[in-house]
Structure formats: C-alpha cells, structure tokens
Design a protein around this ligand. Structure first.
Ligand SMILES: *Cc1c(COP(=O)(O)O)cnc(C)c1O
Length: 359
C-alpha cells in the first residue's frame, strides 16, 4: 500500500526547506567560510597514518578524552568548565535546544544571524524570537534585555563575531545581557581565530555562560567537530541528549593529530586575516558598494543589485552567498568568504567586471 508522506511527516517540517548548499564544482568557492588552504603534505601524510591504524570496527570512546584534553590546553578552557563535543557546532546547537525545548520554552537570538539557531528551534518545536540588531549592526543591551524580560528565553544565542554581518558586538553590552539573562547565554565563537576576541577566559565570571566554537572555520570543516565549554552542572544535563557515539573514531584521531600541530592552522588564519584587509581595501575603493567591517573570514557588502551581481559572479566562475531577502537589514547584500590571494584576485576581477555591466 502506498503511504503518502504528507500524512505522516509533520506539516511544519514539510513547510521547511533543506539547508541550501550551492553547486560548486569547478567554481572559486567563496560561499561557505571555508579555509581555502589545504594542510601541508607532511601533515597529510601523518593523517594518512592515523587512518591506516584506526580501529574502525570499534565504537568510538563516547567521551573523546584525547580530543578534550588537547582542546582544553590549546583553547585555554578555564578549570571551572567542562567540554561537550558535537558533530560540528551545528549538532551542539541542536543538543542545547533539545535539552530545554518544551511547550513553553523560548529560544532567542539576535537577528540577522546564523540560520541554524532558528532551524533547530523549529525542529524541536520551541518558540523562536529574533531581536533585531541596530541599523549599524550593533547590539542594544536595552532592547535585548526588554525582549528577554518579555519572553524569558531559556537560551539566548549571540554569535561573536556575528554571521552574516561580520562584526563583533560590544563586550560590555554582551556582559550586561549575560548578567540579566534568565537562562543560558551561548556565545557562538565560530570565527574566534579571525577575531582575536573571546569570552572563553570570562567563563568563571558568569555561571550561565556557554562558549561554543568549531574547528570548521579554522580549517577543518570536513572533519565536523564543534565544542562548547560551560559549568559541569550544565554540561552534565546537555550530555544526556547527545547521541553516545556522535564523534567518530576517525574524527577523534585526526583532530588529535592535527591539533598537535595547531600552529599550522593559526598561520593559515593569519594569512586569511591579512587577505581580508587587502580585500576590504580593494572593495572600499570601488564606487556604488558598501563593504562592512569584518572581524571574521568573510566580508559582507551591499551592492546595487544583489541578484544580478550574484549571477554575474557565478557566470564568471565565482560562487558567493546572496543574503538578499534574508532580513530587511540585508537588502542587496552579498557575503564573500576570504580565499587565497589568487582566489581573491579572481573575485575582485570578476566583481569589477560584473559591476561594470550594471552601468
Ligand atoms: C559556520 C557556523 C557554525 C557551524 O559550524 P559547524 O561547521 O557546524 O561547526 C556555527 N555558528 C556560526 C555563527 C557559524 O557561522
């Protein structure tokens, strides 16, 4: 008997669209904030050895103690806090939300921001409230505190730097918000390596603070490893909604191997930051566009016609992300990931030629 999925699948799930991933083969791929640099050959050879010896007939250690130990050291996780690992920070977002979701629970985030906060809240049937940033993309403590008083969010997500706007919110504003929050405040530091700013060292001051990061933007997007640091009394509870073997054997071993040489990734990040400066300077010299200041590995800019420019870049082999329509403050905005020097030159060339066709 044929069963109609529409009769079985939740209506709100049927109304959703899958996370958009653009076809990229053969393109200069500057749409997903990946690190454009590969690992050096000697490190790739070491990683190959890890694969050869991995016991993939066994389940992984569910606690991943080796990964946690090296993360604690390198990322300077304060002694007051424990870690939880996820299949990317995407999974951590959904674990955090699943641990609080119920008929009354509210998930709050600034708007515009990373879409997975809302997607995970909708899937968990939690109520989602976005609090708009100001016109200059800054955050008003008074606005957020008023919204928190009205909605009493179980979790407030703040991406620092924010995606897609690229800016860091004022540290004092965030501090005031954390102090007044009725629930958990999750500072999502996916781009911390490019920003050089972090709330990690301030965890001891705030019992309701969670600092979440990922190795993805640092250069290991394909591995899928995210982590969050918080007081043990929070981590203990969140750990109960985690799938027991969520971080595979290969991810654990490769992460340990590569993080033992983390300077390689940090050097690549420094190169990306230098390229970001060069890209911003070149964009500032172009007329008819606004490039917003960025503390991340991407640049948000406003162009005269986002759809035409996005299509023009695509025709010239360069893939970027259009954010037009995502939020009123993002009208005619595009987001460029900072690539290698060569890729950025290709981008600037394609961009200049595309703008010229708009007259
Ligand atoms: C990219 C991104 C993530 C998700 O990264 P993972 O690859 O799932 O670890 C989380 N938060 C923000 C703000 C991001 O931009």
């Amino acid at each position: 008997m044929a069963v109609d999925p529409a009769k079985v699948i939740r209506a709100d799930v049927r109304a959703m669209s899958a996370y958009p991933v653009q076809h990229a083969s053969g393109m200069v791929k500057l749409d997903a904030m990946e690190n454009p640099h590969r690992l050096p050959q000697w490190l790739r050879d070491e990683v190959a050895g890890v694969f050869r010896d991995a016991e993939i007939n066994r389940y992984p250690d569910p606690d991943a103690p080796g990964v946690k130990k090296i993360l604690r050291e390198i990322m300077k996780v304060p002694d007051c806090c424990d870690l939880i690992l996820g299949n990317g920070s995407d999974e951590i977002i959904s674990m955090l939300i699943n641990a609080v979701a119920g008929p009354e629970a509210v998930i709050m985030a600034v708007a515009p921001t990373f879409v997975m906060f809302k997607v995970s809240a909708v899937i968990a049937r939690a109520k989602y409230v976005g609090v708009s940033v100001e016109n200059d993309f800054s955050l008003s403590a008074d606005q957020v505190i008023a919204a928190m008083n009205e909605h009493r969010p179980a979790i407030l997500f703040i991406a620092y730097p924010n995606n897609p706007t690229g800016n860091l919110f004022d540290e004092k504003v965030i501090q005031r918000i954390i102090e007044r929050a009725p629930g958990m405040v999750v500072i999502d530091e996916a781009y911390h390596v490019f920003a050089g700013r972090s709330f990690m060292s301030r965890l001891p001051e705030f019992p309701n603070l969670v600092v979440m990061r990922t190795l993805s933007k640092l250069g290991l997007a394909g591995l899928r490893l995210g982590y969050a640091a918080a007081r043990p009394e929070w981590i203990r509870e969140i750990d109960k909604v985690r799938g027991p073997y969520n971080v595979g054997v290969l991810t654990q071993l490769v992460t340990e191997k590569i993080l033992a040489h983390h300077q390689v990734l940090e050097e690549q990040a420094r190169e990306i930051v230098a390229e970001r400066g060069r890209l911003e300077k070149a964009l500032h010299s172009m007329s008819n566009i606004t490039a917003f200041p960025s503390a991340a590995n991407f640049v948000l800019l406003r162009v005269p016609d986002a759809e035409k420019v996005h299509a023009g870049l695509r025709e010239r082999g360069v893939l970027v992300r259009s954010l037009h329509g995502a939020h009123p403050l993002l009208d005619h905005c595009l987001r460029f990931t900072v690539g290698t020097r060569h890729e950025n030159d290709l981008l600037l060339d394609a961009f200049g030629r595309t703008l010229a066709t708009l007259g």
